[in-house]
Design a protein around this ligand. Structure first.
Ligand SMILES: O=C(CO)COP(=O)(O)O
Length: 248
């Protein structure tokens, strides 16, 4: 049975004062059925993890370097994130692919490093608008998945997040049919690769998820939760999403 996951990606948002949102989130969900995760900026990971101790909230990073240590100014290793209190890390987010030229090979190396450090990797993939409009969505997803999946992974160490680039931060949500098509396809690819264990990998949808559309998205086949950007920044916005997932 896959445990549902409500994950928030704060991106480059959040100062110390915003940790109060996490207190509110923990108070609103003392014992959720789903797993609840916030990935704040790296500067807040340690404080967020300390605050979340003894609660149902888990804290994750938004990126990690593929190497364990070394001359990589400004970068953070997966082990450092874990040392700061993170349990998860996002890899291959489309903003990192676009802003930092991350290729599938780089994403794969980062995902492997995350798992080796004992973190659960949330591997992101998704097509651009041009790719969708030219009918190449499933080809793009197939290639991203096969080229960025690590060598060794399980339902404990890997989550896959489908985030169509054109639906991120745009207010444009993929239709329920579009979400279903890609999630069912991802599941079939994972079953092909892992056999029955492919059923243990959780699949998240990300892209303009909010309180108003969460319940219908969570009812889509093979959707095990969401990776939420803007609507994860405040407890007021994220709480109804966690509640919707708990009820799904
Ligand atoms: O990129 C996302 C989560 O990683 C989605 O962002 P929004 O929910 O703001 O569209």
């Amino acid at each position: 049975m896959r445990r549902k996951l409500a994950a928030g990606n704060w991106k480059m948002n959040g100062l110390g004062a915003d940790l109060a949102e996490l207190d509110r989130l923990c108070a609103a969900h003392p014992a959720p059925n789903c797993e609840m995760l916030i990935c704040p900026p790296a500067t807040l990971i340690h404080r967020a993890a300390t605050l979340a101790e003894g609660t149902a909230l888990r804290i994750g990073g938004q990126d990690c370097h593929a190497a364990t240590s070394g001359a990589h100014t400004g970068d953070l290793s997966a082990e450092m994130l874990r040392d700061a209190g993170a349990t998860h890390v996002i890899t291959g987010h489309s903003e990192r692919r676009a802003d930092h030229g991350e290729t599938d090979a780089i994403v794969r190396a980062k995902t492997e490093a995350a798992i080796a450090a004992g973190l659960t990797a949330i591997l992101c993939l998704g097509e651009s608008l041009a790719e969708r409009e030219s009918g190449r969505t499933l080809d793009v997803i197939r290639a991203q998945l096969s080229d960025s999946l690590p060598e060794d992974f399980s339902g404990e160490t890997l989550v896959v997040a489908y985030e169509p680039v054109w639906a991120i931060g745009t207010g444009k949500v993929a239709s329920l049919d579009q979400i279903a098509e890609v999630h069912v396809f991802l599941r079939s690819q994972l079953l092909e690769r892992l056999g029955a264990d492919g059923d243990l990998i959780r699949l998240l949808y990300g892209g303009s998820v909010k309180a108003a559309n969460a319940a219908e998205i969570f009812a889509v086949p093979e959707v095990d939760g969401a990776l939420v950007g803007g609507a994860s920044l405040t407890a007021a916005d994220f709480t109804p999403i966690v509640t919707a997932l708990d009820r799904a």
